[in-house]
Ligand binder design. Structure first.
Ligand code: NA7
Length: 556
C-alpha cells in the first residue's frame, strides 16, 4: 500500500490519464521545457492558470512595464532561427512586445496543443507504490505523471498589502502584478501609488503623465539607474546578431548574472576619486543594470559599495529640485545592488512635476485607507484610484500555493517551513521526480532569467532522458547533499553585502516568512559548471531507484 495519505482521507481510484511529465506554468520556463521534452519523445501536459502563455509578462501589464535586461539578451537562445528572425523594437522591450514574443514562440514551435490554459494546479501527491505523481487541477480533474516540473515563476504571486480599511476604498484598486487586460485610463484622476520598488519606478512616470494628482507612498527608497531606452536600429540588431554566438556563450559561462558586458578587473578603491567618478559617469550615461559591473568588489566590500551608492545619491540630489524630496528619495538603509537595482526612465525627474507628491511612510506609516483617502501620519491624502506596487511573495510563493505531498505525506510547505531547502535549486529531498525551474538555491532572480531557465530546462531534459535510458524509475535529492548545498548557498550569500538588505531575496517583504537568502549568488557560470559536473558524475548527490528494484520490492 502506498504510504501517501490523501488529505481528504478518502481513497480514490488512480486517475485515468497518464503523462510522462506534467509541467506547471506556461511562462518562458514551461514553454521551453515542453519544447525540449517533446523533442525527446516524452508525453507532456502543461497547465497554465492564466488565460494565455507568457507567465510574468501575462500578468504584469502595468503602465511602463518593461524588462530590466536588454531585449536582445532577454530572449531564448535555443533556436538560432528564432533569435535571427525576431526583431526587438527597443533596447528594453515593453511588456506587450515580450508577451507577443512569448505567443510567437508558442505558435512557431506549435506548443499550444499541449498547454491547457485557465487551469490551476491545486495539488500534487507522490504515490510511492508507483513512483508517480497524482496531480489535481482546480476543476477537480486528476492526472498521473511520472514527473512534475514546477515552472511556476519567481515573481508570480502578487502580494496584497495588509492595510487596514483597504476593502473600504471606493475607487478602483490595482496591483501592478495583476493588472487588468483592458486599458486603464487615469486621466483627470487623483492616483495613489503604494510602494517604490521596480514596478512603481517604471509606472510612476507614466501614471504621472495622466493623473491630475499622483501621490507616491514610499516606505523604502531604492537605487535606480537610467535605462536610456531607445529604439533599436536595424544596424544595431544586426551587429548583435552577428555576435550572438559569443554573447550567448559569455552570458552562460562567464557572466555572473547571465548578462553580456565587459568584466571589471579592479575594485572601486583601486582608482582615485576622479578616475572612479568618470567611470561611474560613463556607466550612468550608458544606463542599465550593468552599472554594478563597473568594479569587481561592489557586492562584497562596503567601502567600495559606498562610493557607488554616494554617486547615485548625488545624482538624485542633482535631478530632484526640492531638497527635501531629494533627500527622501536617496536610499540610505541598504548597500547599492543588495536589492535588485532598478532601471528607470525619468523616475526621479517625475518628482519635479507639480502634480506629483512623495509621502514618506517610513516615518509616518499608513494608518488606514478610507473610502476616498490614504491616511498617513494623521493626514488624509485623497485619491480616486490606488495602485499597489507592493511586490510578490517571491521565489516560493507560487510553489507554496500548491498542495505538494512527497514521501510519507510530508508537504513541501511543511518541509520548507523554516525556509526553502533544495539541492542545486532543482529538487528537494523527500519529493522524488519533482523538479523546480529557477527555484530557491539556484541563481534564478539574480540573473538574466532566460539564461537560467534554459540552463535548468536543458539539465532537467537531459536528466529525464538519462533516467529513461538507464531504467531509473525515481530520482531524489539526497538529504546530505541538500544540507551541504543549503549551507553553501548561505555561506556564499553571507560573504556578500546582499543579506544586509531587507529584500524579497531574503523573504523580508512577507511578514512571518523565514528570512533566508534564497537565490544562489555564486554566479551562473560557476553554477552551470557545478550542475554539469554533478550530471557527469552520474548525478552525484541524487538517489536513483531502478524500476526493477521497485518491482522486486513490490512482490517480496
Ligand atoms: P518590490 O521590489 O518587492 O517592491 C515592493 C514595494 O512595495 C517596496 O517599495 C515595498 O517597501 C513596498 N511595500 C510592500 N508592502 C508595503 C506596505 N504594506 N506598505 C507600504 N509599502 C509596501 O516589488 P516590485 O513589483 O516593485 O518589483 C519586483 C521585482 O520585479 C523587481 O525586483 C524586478 O526584478 C522586477 P519596502 O521596500 O518593503 O519597505
Amino acid at each position: 500500500m502506498s504510504a501517501l495519505q490523501p488529505s481528504s482521507g478518502k481513497s480514490q481510484a488512480a486517475p485515468a490519464t497518464t503523462y510522462d511529465v506534467v509541467v506547471v506554468g506556461a511562462g518562458f520556463a514551461g514553454m521551453y521545457m515542453l519544447h525540449r521534452l517533446r523533442g525527446l519523445g516524452f508525453s507532456v501536459r502543461v497547465y497554465e492558470q492564466g488565460g494565455d502563455v507568457g507567465g510574468t509578462w501575462y500578468w504584469n501589464r502595468y503602465p511602463g512595464a518593461r524588462c530590466d535586461v536588454e531585449s536582445m539578451q532577454y530572449s531564448y537562445s535555443f533556436s538560432d532561427e528564432l533569435q535571427q528572425e525576431w526583431d526587438w523594437s527597443e533596447r528594453y522591450a515593453p511588456q506587450p512586445e515580450i508577451l507577443k514574443y512569448a505567443n510567437h514562440v508558442a505558435d512557431r514551435f506549435k506548443l499550444r496543443s499541449d498547454i491547457q490554459l485557465n487551469t490551476r494546479v491545486d495539488r500534487a501527491v507522490f504515490d510511492e507504490s508507483a513512483n508517480c505523481w497524482d496531480v489535481t487541477t482546480a476543476d477537480g480533474k486528476r492526472v498521473n505523471a511520472k514527473y512534475v516540473v514546477l515552472a511556476t515563476g519567481c515573481l508570480s504571486n502578487a502580494r496584497m498589502p495588509d492595510i487596514k480599511g483597504l476593502s473600504e476604498f471606493k475607487g478602483k484598486v490595482y496591483h501592478t502584478g495583476h493588472w487588468p487586460h483592458e486599458a486603464v485610463d487615469f486621466t483627470g484622476l487623483r492616483v495613489g501609488v503604494i510602494g517604490t520598488g521596480s514596478s512603481a519606478i517604471q509606472s510612476v512616470p507614466v501614471i504621472a503623465e495622466q493623473a491630475s494628482q499622483l501621490t507616491v507612498f514610499q516606505r523604502t527608497p531604492n537605487f535606480s539607474i537610467p535605462a536610456r531606452n531607445a529604439a533599436l536600429t536595424p544596424e544595431e540588431r544586426e551587429a548583435f546578431r552577428a555576435k550572438y554566438p559569443e554573447i550567448r556563450r559569455f552570458a552562460r559561462e562567464e557572466a555572473r548574472n547571465g548578462i553580456y558586458t565587459d568584466m571589471p578587473d579592479r575594485g572601486a578603491l583601486d582608482d582615485g576619486d576622479n578616475e572612479r567618478r568618470s567611470k561611474y559617469e560613463a556607466r550612468w550615461a550608458r544606463g542599465g543594470l550593468t552599472f554594478m559591473s563597473v568594479y569587481n568588489n561592489l557586492a562584497i566590500d562596503k567601502a567600495a559599495n559606498d562610493t557607488a551608492a554616494d554617486f547615485v545619491r548625488q545624482k538624485i540630489a542633482e535631478i530632484v529640485k526640492d531638497p527635501e524630496t531629494a533627500k527622501l528619495l536617496q536610499p540610505n538603509n541598504h548597500p547599492i545592488g543588495s536589492k535588485r537595482i532598478c532601471i528607470d526612465t525619468d523616475y526621479f525627474a517625475t518628482f519635479n512635476r507639480p502634480n506629483v507628491k512623495l509621502v514618506d511612510i517610513r516615518s509616518n506609516p499608513i494608518e488606514q485607507i478610507s473610502a476616498n483617502a490614504v491616511r498617513a501620519g494623521g493626514k488624509d491624502y485623497e485619491v480616486d484610484a490606488l495602485v499597489l506596487a507592493t511586490g510578490f511573495d517571491a521565489m516560493t510563493g507560487s510553489v507554496a500555493k500548491i498542495d505538494i505531498r512527497g514521501r510519507n505525506g510530508l508537504t513541501l510547505n511543511q518541509k520548507w517551513a523554516e525556509g526553502p531547502k533544495t539541492y542545486l535549486g532543482l529538487m528537494s529531498a523527500g519529493f522524488p521526480n519533482l523538479f523546480i525551474i529557477t527555484g530557491p538555491g539556484s541563481p534564478s532572480v539574480l540573473s538574466n532569467m532566460i539564461v537560467s531557465i534554459e540552463q535548468h530546462v536543458d539539465w532537467i531534459a537531459d536528466c529525464l532522458a538519462y533516467m529513461r535510458n538507464s531504467g531509473v524509475d525515481a530520482m531524489e535529492a539526497r538529504k546530505e547533499a541538500e544540507d551541504k548545498w543549503v549551507a553553501h548557498v548561505n555561506e556564499v550569500a553571507h560573504a556578500t553585502l546582499y543579506p544586509q538588505a531587507n529584500s524579497w531575496y531574503m523573504g523580508a517583504n512577507i511578514p512571518g516568512k523565514p528570512q533566508i537568502f534564497m537565490p544562489y549568488i555564486g554566479g551562473v557560470g560557476v553554477y552551470r559548471q557545478i550542475c554539469n559536473e554533478v550530471a557527469a558524475n552520474g548525478y552525484e548527490g541524487f538517489a536513483m531507484e531502478a524500476a526493477e528494484e521497485r518491482q522486486k520490492a513490490a512482490v517480496s
